[in-house]
Design a protein around this ligand. Structure first.
Ligand code: ZN
Length: 373
């Protein structure tokens, strides 16, 4: 039902394939973020059109609304939403820390009030597993504690140690054989804590591992140092998922350090704010210079938006507050991310990943004519 294999290695970059009960995922892969069971502004048809192979949903949001039992009753995420391909759910831990009110955290779990209506909830490793089994994603995550950085070393150490104990409880509570449960490595940017966390989780023998606790306020060189360290410590034959990262440049740098899976809100959130990702950097559609610009967002892009819409039109729709602006720009940004990873994978297969990496980083840093940065 599940398998993962690395087919080609180029340096430390890996081209692989993840098989799930709802379809295959070619890695390295980017997972669009479908917070409450939908990727904001787009439909499942759009997701197929841009080539998405797996979508992420947030446990925290869905347990609050509409409730995981209702989702289970209506066929889980695959039956309830229109996306029939692979799903991944996060553990809820990160969003409890970033969104919920009046949290109290102890060894048992987290008690918090919903940011929607103040209702009190308790999220424990066991409850997170129950919710994720109800949601029915193909890949689910162990419940973890993710401290925001910078944080004192003892806080990061305690969170990492607790994450190990919660991973063990998550494993015991998780009983669905048609789901893969991944462990999450914590430890901030401290090499010793990261190593300890990785070794303890690897000893628990998860089918895949996530690198959590990054993109939470640390400096970029620290992020990549930790990723490279994880490459040395995590088993080669298991998928590695870097949570919440990042920009196109981050993706190629993390792939160069052995990462297989990514999720990030940047392409979708920035699209709604009028920012487009292109191979030559970012383009802010509000900029007055695009008022009469008949060119597509990225002349080299073959996405449904670039083949039909001009910068001038998108700027007009965005400034007029038309919902279509968000849809068209989300389609482009997702296509750009997914296409970048498809090309990256191809370059690994062809043995020219290092050239691809160099060309991509050069193009991103050299602001081209008509693009802001
Ligand atoms: Zn495009």
């Amino acid at each position: 039902m599940f398998s993962f294999a690395v087919d080609v290695l180029a340096g430390r970059a890996r081209a692989g394939r993840l098989l799930t009960p709802h379809g295959a995922v070619d890695t390295p892969a980017f997972m669009p973020v479908g917070t409450a069971g939908a990727v904001k502004a787009v439909t499942p048809r759009d997701l197929h059109e841009v080539g998405a192979q797996i979508v992420l949903a947030n446990t925290y949001h869905l347990m609050l609304r509409p409730g995981d039992e209702l989702v289970a009753e209506l066929g889980g995420l695959h039956g309830f939403t229109g996306w029939r391909g692979p799903w991944l759910t996060d553990s809820g831990g990160y969003q409890v820390m970033s969104l919920a009110k009046l949290r109290t955290l102890d060894e048992e779990g987290v008690t918090f009030r919903s940011h929607l209506d103040g209702t009190e909830y308790v999220l424990t490793p066991e409850r997170s597993m129950q919710v994720q089994m109800n949601l029915g994603a193909d890949i689910v995550m162990a419940f973890d504690e993710c401290p925001m950085l910078p944080a004192p070393r003892d806080v990061v150490a305690a969170a990492a140690a607790r994450t190990t104990r919660w991973a063990e409880r998550s494993r015991r509570a998780h009983t669905r054989r048609d789901q893969w449960l991944f462990g999450i490595v914590q430890g901030g940017v401290d090499a010793e804590l990261r190593e300890r966390s990785a070794r303890e989780l690897v000893a628990q023998d998860f089918p895949g591992y996530a690198v959590g606790g990054l993109a939470v306020g640390e400096a970029k060189p620290d992020t990549m140092r930790v990723v490279a360290q994880m490459d040395r410590l995590l088993p080669e034959d298991r998928p590695r998922y870097l949570m919440g990262v990042g920009t196109p440049a981050d993706l190629v740098e993390a792939v160069a350090r052995g990462i297989d899976l990514f999720d990030c809100v940047l392409p979708t959130r920035n699209a709604r704010n009028g920012q487009l990702f292109t191979r030559h950097g970012r383009l802010s559609i509000r900029n007055a210079r695009y008022r009469r610009d008949p060119r597509p967002p990225d002349p080299g892009c073959s996405c449904p938006t670039c083949t039909t819409a001009s910068r001038a039109y998108l700027r007009h729709l965005h400034l007029a507050g038309e919902m279509t602006a968000a849809t068209l720009m989300t389609v482009h940004n997702l296509f750009f991310y997914l296409d970048t990873l498809r090309n990256m994978r191809q370059s690994i297969v062809l043995g020219r990943f290092e050239e691809f990496r160099g060309e991509m980083l050069r193009a991103l840093s050299a602001a081209a004519d008509g693009v802001d940065s």
